[in-house]
Design a binder for this molecule. Structure first.
Ligand SMILES: [Zn+2]
Length: 493
């Protein structure tokens, strides 16, 4: 009885002391009226993580042009690319030649894409072949400062960035005389000593990269104690030859298992390409073999970035299921074609049991696949209890930002303020940060013991809380997100 009284009193105290979500909710409802009001409101809301971000696609072409001018590159009007051939047009001439200026900016991003001459899918994927020369001119510290700094300024706490963690000379060395993948065990034996060398070079490279964090006012990119915490994702190309794919997957899986700052491997390139479709099963078997033999690290894989406009329906019957069952993906990138999967209820059951989350990329899906509004499966996932969260995919190419992904989730998908908060929490809960969660049983209403008052403005950390935080990087970032919500919402009494 006495216990019950104490408990009742505690609950009463807690509910009084918790920051008032309702004030922020009301402000959100008012802001929904127009897009600028919604942008102004949402850009300040704490957003959690961006876990699906191809760093090269995140850099705006405008900055690439600045770098091409600074580095004295030349523009080839026939290919829309920048290079060092001095018989072509000096980069600075584009500033006084609007035709060439817009030719580059439009060819290298979705800027100016009207959908009349070319599909969004084709235009999007062509940009990557075009902007490479100009992007290479961007100094590394500039590149990371823009991509990571932009997320930090929009109140994100965390990123898993697909930015190659290994230096190119070490990769060239690693890929010399790639062994035949016909005998996977033998190929892996040959690669093992090279993997150790690649790891050493990668660790050194990432140590160097940490120093660039000074540009965003941090001591490190990857520390869980800085306002923005980053992890690197190793990407492999699904259009590569079998031997090269195998060696690259071995590198990605090995590094993800051994270098804590490399949190996962992903695979990139258009999933609808005939080679992606033809090689899908053999690539999944390679990943399965390597994953079992190299320490079973976390994997997040693009799966189901498909529609019938670009893929035969049969290819969509088990793409997501096999990416999970054979490819060991803990998260699925896009998952747009989910409705076409065989035994969909069974698949949802399995995803719930395994805790598989889906990385939703609304702007990307709208421009590449033409999927938006009620053609998008975001609500299908939510209705079936599958954790989802918002990501930018390629914000530079798409001319978007994380804030605009949130705007789209509200205006195009009808998400509420509470839905958005839930997705922000999902993005850290289903991140690959190590350590135990701040929440009990993935229930966000239930904070772990010493954190039960952590949603109150005046909460003070106890010694017990501090000890738990020291043991879990995930918990540190989750607590940072919760405290950011408190600070944000306390402005809306
Ligand atoms: Zn992607």
């Amino acid at each position: 009885m006495r216990g019950k009284l104490v408990l009742g009193l505690l609950i009463a105290l807690t509910s009084v002391a918790v920051a008032d979500e309702k004030g922020a909710e009301r402000a959100f409802e008012r802001a929904k009226r127009t897009e600028p009001e919604l942008i102004a409101f949402l850009k300040r809301v704490p957003k959690g993580g961006d876990l699906h971000n191809h760093a090269s696609g995140a850099y705006y072409t405008d900055g690439m042009l600045d770098a091409a001018i600074q580095q004295g590159l030349f523009f080839d009007p026939a290919t829309s690319r920048f290079g060092t051939d001095s018989t072509k047009v000096p980069a600075k001439n584009l500033l006084t030649n609007n035709a060439l200026l817009y030719q580059f900016l439009n060819a290298a991003s979705m800027r100016g894409w009207t959908g009349e001459a070319q599909s969004g899918h084709d235009h999007f994927f062509e940009t990557f072949g075009i902007f490479g020369g100009a992007l290479n001119a961007v100094p590394e510290e500039e590149f990371f400062a823009e991509v990571i700094g932009r997320a930090k300024r929009q109140n994100l706490q965390y990123m898993e960035l697909m930015a190659g963690p290994s230096p190119s000379d070490a990769l060239n060395e690693y890929f010399k005389d790639t062994p035949s993948s016909a005998d996977m065990a033998r190929a892996l034996d040959i690669l093992r000593p090279r993997l150790e060398k690649l790891l050493t070079a990668t660790t050194k490279n990432l140590d160097e990269r940490e120093k660039l964090a000074a540009r965003i006012g941090q001591r490190s990119f990857t520390s869980a104690d800085e306002p923005m915490t980053v992890r690197w994702v190793y990407s492999i190309n699904r259009l590569a030859s079998a031997d090269s794919f195998f060696a690259n997957a071995a590198a990605g899986i090995f590094l993800a298992a051994r270098e804590p700052r490399v949190c996962a491997m992903n695979m990139v390139a258009p999933e609808d390409h005939p080679l992606s479709r033809q090689n899908f099963e053999s690539q999944m078997r390679m990943i399965d073999f390597l994953w079992r033999n190299l320490g079973k690290p976390n994997l997040t894989l693009h799966g189901g970035e498909l529609t019938t406009a670009i893929s035969p329906p049969d290819a969509m019957r088990d793409r997501i299921r096999k990416t999970i069952e054979i490819g060991h993906a803990k998260r699925i990138g896009h998952g747009v074609s989910i409705a076409w999967e065989d035994d969909l209820d069974g698949l949802f059951d399995e995803m719930r049991k395994l805790g598989i989350a889906v990385e939703i990329c609304l702007t990307s899906n709208a421009s590449i696949l033409g999927v938006s509004g009620d053609r998008h499966p975001l609500r299908l996932y939510r209705a079936n209890g599958i954790p989802v969260f918002l990501n930018t995919d390629d914000e530079g190419v798409s001319r978007s930002t994380m804030t605009l992904e949130w705007v789209r989730a509200v205006r195009d998908q009808g998400m509420t303020y509470r839905d958005l908060k839930e997705m922000a929490r999902n993005s850290i809960e289903y991140s690959f940060l190590p350590g135990r969660s701040l929440y009990e049983g993935r229930n966000y209403a239930q904070l772990a013991g010493p954190f039960q008052g952590a949603r109150a403005p005046g909460w003070k950390q106890t010694a017990e809380a501090e000890q738990m935080l020291r043991a879990s990087e995930k918990m540190r970032v989750q607590l940072r997100l919760e405290r950011a919500f408190v600070a944000f919402e306390s402005k809306y009494p």
